[in-house]
Design a binder for this molecule. Structure first.
Ligand code: ADP
Length: 398
């Protein structure tokens, strides 16, 4: 069975074609500037075919999908001989609200429910829906599955997901913590249990997804019981450009003082804050590491704040779960920045965590970076959201 995994953004579309017999990625790629002009980078990973990396007109997502299918099946760049070899499509969908606690086969009622979730993710869900419709237009009746960023967090109890605002905002408007990156937290927690050789039902795990956007999840006996992102991905940790937790009074103060509209204010909090805002250098942790090494104090402060917040939120999850067996780092920063990992782990002395420097220097593989006698185990596990989407699609389509 071969499954096409699609992650559609407003002007971009990432894809992977995965052979589910071996879970090997046959090809992957990225369409960019959809609706503007259009560019496709298509990388076949089997058969020794060349990479295609050129501008192509893409007025809508339909042309983008058509170009992807054309390349996947072409004699020169292809990895399958025809579209009929693609058995199913798995779509990443950002927000499933309270309707979807797991992945689901897409039909008309699911499409209607996705539309209903648009107010919760006004930028992301419309793009995901456009991607699904474009696939339907080009691929016809091929079965399709939606896999939600929010679904894994639906097991949180009310005490974790409720905000202390008048209850009717939850009842009438769905105002609550939803959480994001669920597919990643699910993958790395399951992989962590595998690496520990124990059923996930016997473990308390804290997963730290640290990329451009960052979130932490508390996973108690296989179920998410808390996570740091909320109604939107803006809160929790300070991130690349997002502010993380912030007193709402600051918003009122700045809007009054500088006459910002709410859109201008949120743009500052989403795009100009986080480690970029603090350092004034960059949102990229590689640049921050270099600047801090060169003596830039604000870059050092930004890194210190990030590490402190990860440790502080993770510590609150140790309290929430009354203990922890393993802590996992994943995503761009978690997988690559040994300095950030070491900086965070310094706060975990009270857990009996000790980091093995040689293991912490490895890259690109699943690795336990705590010493063998460390009481709480610490792992680096490269995330693989596409594989989770493909597996769910296979399981649902059969
Ligand atoms: P996204 O949230 O966009 O999916 P990623 O998980 O790919 O992000 O993470 C991207 C971030 O990873 C970059 O902004 C950068 O800060 C960080 N990163 C990537 N490589 C390294 C590295 N070698 N050292 C430190 N940080 C890195």
């Amino acid at each position: 069975m071969k499954i096409l995994v699609i992650n559609a953004g407003s002007s971009s579309l990432k894809y992977q074609l995965i052979d589910m017999e071996t879970e090997e990625v046959l090809a992957k790629g990225l369409c960019e500037r959809i609706g503007i002009d259009g560019h496709l980078k298509h990388s076949p990973l089997v058969g020794g075919k060349p990479v295609f990396n050129e501008d192509l007109p893409m007025p809508t997502h339909s042309e983008a999908i058509a170009a992807v299918i054309e390349k996947l099946t072409s004699p020169e760049y292809g990895v399958v001989s025809s579209m009929s070899e693609i058995d199913a499509v798995g779509h990443r969908v950002v927000h499933g609200g309270e309707k979807f606690a797991s992945s689901v086969r897409i039909d008309d009622s699911v499409m209607a429910a996705l539309e209903e979730c648009i107010p919760f993710a006004p930028l992301h869900n419309p793009a995901n829906i456009t991607g699904i419709n474009a696939c339907k237009a080009v691929m016809g009746d091929v079965p399709m599955v939606a896999v939600f960023d929010t679904a894994f967090h639906q097991t949180m109890p009310g005490k974790a997901y409720m905000y202390a605002v008048p209850y009717e905002y939850y009842q009438n408007d769905g105002i609550r913590r939803y959480g994001f990156h669920g597919t990643s937290h699910r993958y790395v927690s399951a992989r962590c249990a595998e690496l520990m050789g124990k059923p996930i039902e016997d473990l308390k795990i804290i997963t730290c997804h640290m990329g451009n956007g960052s979130s932490i999840a508390a996973i108690d006996h296989g179920k998410c019981v808390d996570t740091s992102m909320g109604f939107t991905p803006l809160v929790g940790l300070p991130m690349g450009t997002r502010c993380g937790d912030l007193d709402a009074g600051v918003i009122q103060f700045l809007m009054n003082k500088y006459g910002y509209s709410i859109d201008e204010m949120l743009n500052i909090l989403n795009k100009k804050s986080g480690v970029l805002g603090i350092s004034g250098v960059s949102s990229d942790f590689r640049d921050l590491d270099a600047a801090a090494d060169a003596g830039n104090e604000r870059a050092r402060l930004a890194l210190d704040m990030f590490e402190y917040w990860v440790a502080k939120v993770a510590g609150s999850y140790v309290a929430a779960m009354n203990g922890v067996d393993a802590i996992v780092f994943t995503a761009g920063v978690g997988e690559n920045s040994k300095g950030t990992r070491a900086g965070i782990a310094k706060y975990f002395g009270y857990l009996g965590v000790e980091i093995d420097e040689a293991a912490n220097s490895k890259r690109g593989e699943d690795v336990m970076i705590s010493t063998p006698d460390s009481k709480v185990k610490v792992f680096v596990i490269p995330t693989n959201e596409e594989l989770v989407i493909a597996r769910d699609t296979r399981d649902i389509v059969g």
